[in-house]
Write a protein that binds this ligand. Structure first.
Ligand SMILES: Nc1ncnc2c1ncn2[C@@H]1O[C@H](COP(=O)(O)OP(=O)(O)OP(=O)(O)O)[C@@H](O)[C@H]1O
Ligand SMILES: [Mg+2]
Length: 289
């Protein structure tokens, strides 16, 4: 029996795949317009995000790439509704964002699971909070557990799982409310290289089955190009979008693609931008200290 979540994901996924080439450029899922975010720091105000504008189409995979401290997490948190704009607006599905909501799922660098709940209960928690019955929430959880390849571990507790497995649970949990948008803040940053490669591959497979628009933050150029439809390269703080690079490499993508000459050309382009920005960020930090 196909359960609730697969059905809706599959029907949405087919809509997305069909519409990918036909959707007009103006049909955006996320619309960030002239967004600035300012914090009160110990030495005065810090402009974390400086007049950033970009859009992401429905079902698009967009990576935010930039040096440490450039405002990637702040921008992502603002889309999640955790940070309020100082100026500018964020629209998701045409609706202005004023706080968190189930239309946006978030995955952090660390898994942040409930340690006292099993894998299944961690994933079922969101749907239960959103009014699903116990049976419905369990069906949703079991479907997602299968999608992330953890069926054997449905009753396991987080501390008994590896870091990669815990992060799979986090992704499944973020997808449990069937969000239109999945926001991922360096979700594989804490994993070893081999686990990371496996996770990238399974995320791409998962994404091909769902309809979510993904905004994925990373420091890693290879990761950004391998995953994304577009890479937004950010400047050293205050964060601005320096370049909007369309990847355009065929899907499905595998690790071998990283040896392709087109991949290497994109990597060189990103590397040149990031190198300059990282040097600027380092100099700015030095001059402040
Ligand atoms: N709550 C806060 N209060 C004050 N300053 C903050 C706060 N959060 C972030 N900042 C500052 O905003 C800037 C952007 O931070 P942010 O965490 O968004 O960067 P980042 O690009 O995600 O960095 P990293 O790659 O290291 O995670 C930094 O200068 C940081 O010190
Ligand atoms: Mg960050």
């Amino acid at each position: 029996m196909l359960s609730l979540i697969s059905n809706s994901f599959r029907s949405d996924a087919s809509t997305r795949l069909e519409s990918d080439h036909r959707m007009p450029a103006s049909e955006s899922e996320i619309d960030v317009s002239d967004l600035s975010i300012v914090f009160d720091g110990a030495h005065g105000q810090v402009i974390a995000v400086d007049r950033v504008s970009f859009t992401a189409r429905r079902g698009e995979f967009v990576c935010l790439l930039g040096p440490s401290g450039c405002g990637k997490s702040t921008l992502l948190n603002a889309i999640a509704g955790f940070e309020q704009p100082y100026a500018g607006t964020i629209l998701v599905s045409g609706k202005r964002i004023t706080g968190p909501g189930p239309d946006r799922g978030m995955v952090f660098q660390q898994p942040h699971l409930f340690p006292w709940k099993s894998v299944r209960s961690n994933i079922a928690h969101g749907p239960r909070m959103n009014g699903k019955t116990r049976a419905e929430a369990r069906a949703i959880a079991d479907d997602l557990i299968a999608m992330v390849g953890l069926s054997r571990f449905a009753n396991a507790y987080p501390h008994t799982l590896s870091g990669g497995m815990q992060q799979r649970v986090s992704i499944a949990r973020a997808l449990a409310n069937q969000p239109r948008v999945l926001l991922m803040d360096e979700p594989f940053g804490a994993l070893d290289a081999q686990t990371r490669a496996i996770m990238q591959d399974s995320l791409l497979k998962l994404w091909s089955r769902i309809s979510a628009t993904i905004i994925f933050v990373t420091h890693d150029i290879d990761e950004a190009i391998l995953l994304a439809d577009r890479v937004l390269v950010m400047s050293a703080g205050p964060g601005r979008i320096l370049s909007d690079i369309t990847v355009g490499l065929p899907r499905p993508r595998t690790l071998e693609l990283t040896l392709d000459t087109r991949f290497l050309a994109l990597k060189r382009e990103c590397f040149a931008l990031i190198k300059e920005q990282s040097a600027r960020a380092f100099d700015a930090a030095e001059s402040r200290s």
